[in-house]
Ligand binder design. Structure first.
Ligand SMILES: Nc1ncnc2c1ncn2[C@@H]1O[C@H](COP(=O)(O)OP(=O)(O)O)[C@@H](O)[C@H]1O
Ligand SMILES: [Mg+2]
Length: 630
């Protein structure tokens, strides 16, 4: 055989060695820049495919494929062995030249080449990993940790090739006399993160025997969706404390609860349109209702909470959609809060005889807009000379916000902006100690609602957001409860029914505002007195005309005179539907007629009655009287 190369066997071996080391190093460094140092695995796969005739072409049947691969693999290996054997012959056959020896040298040489190449690549990967990550970390950390610089890094640092991932993640063992102070721990973690270029990780400190060590692992993933329909989630909801509904799950499936009695009585929620604002409110409201809370909804958008809008019965107080109605309802709710608050007047420090009342949830869609509407409504109806610019409804909201916790009245509101000015200054806003963000929000919104916590970018993932409590922001996948599920949850636990669609006018009998608290003055007994009536019923146009005023004029006069303390007290102080003694009302009207203000009122009334088909309703019956019976 003529000379294959100008080189002998040993020269080829040396060139192969040099070439492989150079190529492997360049390859490993390049791969390392793309963070995928799997060069050795790739090389091993290639080697295997080369020797075995692969990769398989899966569309062919195994009967054809297996012999084909065997054949191709054998041919390649034999050809390579022949080249090695030829080189061996060329360099003078030092171990003899029989067929057996040639074959052994040929195939043995191929095996050595393949295994050797893989070993070199593997070594290059190890060296690269050591130089790129382990040694810099060792140098940066040994001072802080208190290990001598010449200690072998491998004896106290373990950095898997995929760094934080892998079975145990990164492990840094501290010397036995290491003092675990918070600042030091933080410094160690910061160095590990900086030197290993890690971002989304959790750090755990473990003490084992005399040593403590830091374990850094990738953060557990967020749940993609948290369905109420999932039995595990349902169990969490069922086992939650009555005062602390399940908000959702955070990383690693840990539940997020917020206790209304200890964390915050009121909630503020911010999100873009269609981000799940109403759904987030209803899943909380439904859970609380299932535990006995009553619910009032202020929804100027009208249809945000259809799941409850057509319910009636225990705990359903009122669904206010028109601004007049929201105005009335808020005043009633404010009075209810006030009444509950006063019920504490005689309670001493040992709390004996403390009043009890059901929790009352007020859902408020679009708090900012609602507050503005209430103010402009008040500007319209404000009596001449009244100095109050924001009006009784806004004032009631403010009072509820202040009293909230003690009286168990909770406002869950959607607000796009800092509502500081709208509900009476930053102090009022501070009563919303828990702020929620879901799906989409802007930096601007975040900084207005939760300025104390660094801004977190919205992911746009449905139901994914943050529960901000104090200066803690918990990433949360909010509980997904459909409207049907919410309604079923309430119906399974409370005595409520779906209102028949035709039962529209019958709504004058709205359910009372919760049970009347113990120790609060019981409603006066009215057996001998005539049956108490609502203002609605007392009005000339809507009811039986106990006083000769339209309902609109009557409510307006009521607001005006109540502020002056001239309007009769209701005999049944039910904020959603106060009932008055008809005799009181008649007496009031007589006295009022004697006052000069009567002229103004009847002028107003005349003007009002001209456009009477515009529905102006009070808290007692609004929900039932809207067009279409919604
Ligand atoms: N926690 C959640 N997880 C996943 N999807 C949700 C969640 N909450 C709401 N959604 C989805 O978002 C849609 C819009 O919700 P909705 O409350 O009506 O939005 P908004 O009131 O903000 O306009 C819902 O129909 C539902 O499909
Ligand atoms: Mg909505």
């Amino acid at each position: 055989m003529s000379e294959l190369f100008e080189l002998g066997l040993w020269q080829v071996a040396v060139w192969w060695l040099v070439g492989t080391v150079v190529v492997a190093s360049v390859w490993v460094v390049l791969a390392g820049q793309h963070r995928t140092v799997w060069t050795d695995r790739a090389a091993a796969r290639w080697a295997w495919h080369w020797v075995s005739g692969g990769p398989s072409e899966t569309e062919r049947s195994m009967v054809v494929e297996v012999p084909r691969r065997l054949l191709v693999g054998a041919a390649r290996t034999t050809a390579a062995a022949a080249v090695v054997a030829a080189l061996y012959r060329q360099s003078g056959t030092p171990w003899g030249s029989g067929m057996g020896t040639l074959a052994a040298v040929g195939f043995g040489g191929v095996a050595v080449l393949v295994v050797g190449t893989l070993l070199i690549i593997w070594a290059a990967v190890r060296v690269y990993h050591w130089l790129r990550w382990v040694r810099p970390l060792h140098l940066a950390l040994c001072n802080v940790a208190g290990w001598p610089e010449d200690k072998r890094p491998g004896s106290w640092i373990r950095v898997p090739r995929e760094r934080a991932e892998g079975d145990d993640g990164v492990i840094v063992v501290m010397p036995p006399d290491w003092e675990p102070r918070e600042a030091k721990k933080e410094a160690v973690l910061e160095i590990v993160k900086a030197k290993l270029d890690l971002h989304d990780v959790t750090a755990t400190w473990v003490t084992a025997g005399r040593h403590s060590y830091l374990q850094v692992r990738p953060r557990e993933p967020m749940p993609k969706v948290v369905r109420f329909a999932d039995p595990k989630v349902r169990r969490l909801v069922e086992e939650a404390k009555p005062s602390a509904p399940l908000f959702g799950l955070t990383r690693g499936g840990k539940p997020v609860f917020v206790d209304l009695d200890s964390d915050s009585p009121h909630l503020l929620l911010s999100a873009g349109t269609g981000a799940g604002k109403s759904w987030t409110l209803h899943m909380l409201a439904a859970q609380l209702m299932a535990h006995g809370a009553s619910l009032a909804v202020l929804d100027h958008k009208r249809h945000s909470h259809r799941w409850v809008r057509h319910l009636e019965g225990e705990g359903i107080i009122h669904y206010a959609a028109d601004i007049e109605d929201i105005h009335e309802t808020l005043i009633r709710l404010g009075e209810e809060a006030e009444r509950r608050n006063r019920a504490w007047d005689h309670v001493d420090i040992d709390n004996t005889g403390a009043p009890t009342y059901p929790r009352l949830i007020i859902l408020c869609e679009e708090l900012n807009a609602t507050m503005h509407l209430l103010k402009s409504y008040w500007r319209e109806i404000r009596p001449r000379g009244d100095a109050d610019l924001s009006g009784p409804a806004v004032r009631a909201m403010r009072n509820i916000l202040y009293m909230g916790r003690a009286v168990k009245v909770h406002v869950f509101a959607v607000a796009q902006m800092a509502i500081a000015n709208d509900v009476g200054g930053p102090a009022a806003r501070e009563n919303f100690a828990v702020r929620l963000f879901t799906t989409t929000w802007t930096k601007n919104n975040w900084e207005m609602l939760a300025p104390q916590v660094p801004w977190q970018r919205a992911t746009g993932h449905k139901g994914r957001g943050f529960v901000v409590r104090g200066d803690q922001a918990i990433e949360t996948q909010f509980l997904l409860m459909t409207e049907h599920e919410a309604r079923e949850l309430v119906m399974a636990n409370r005595d409520v029914r779906v209102r028949p669609p035709e039962d529209v006018a019958g709504r004058a009998d709205a359910s009372p505002l919760g049970d009347s608290p113990r120790h609060v003055a019981e409603p006066r007994h009215v057996e001998t007195a005539p049956k108490p009536v609502t203002l609605w019923r007392a009005s000339r146009d809507k009811g039986v005309g106990i006083v000769p005023l339209t309902y609109a004029a009557l409510s307006k006069a009521r607001d005006r005179d109540r502020a002056k303390g001239l309007f009769p007290k209701p005999v049944v102080e039910d904020p959603s539907r106060p009932l008055y003694d008809p005799r009181d009302l008649r007496r009031w009207f007589e006295l009022r007629s004697q006052r000069s203000s009567v002229d103004a009122a009847s002028a107003e009334e005349r003007q009002r009655s001209s456009d009477d088909d515009e529905v102006v309703v009070g808290a007692g019956g609004a929900a039932g009287r809207e067009p279409g019976g919604r």
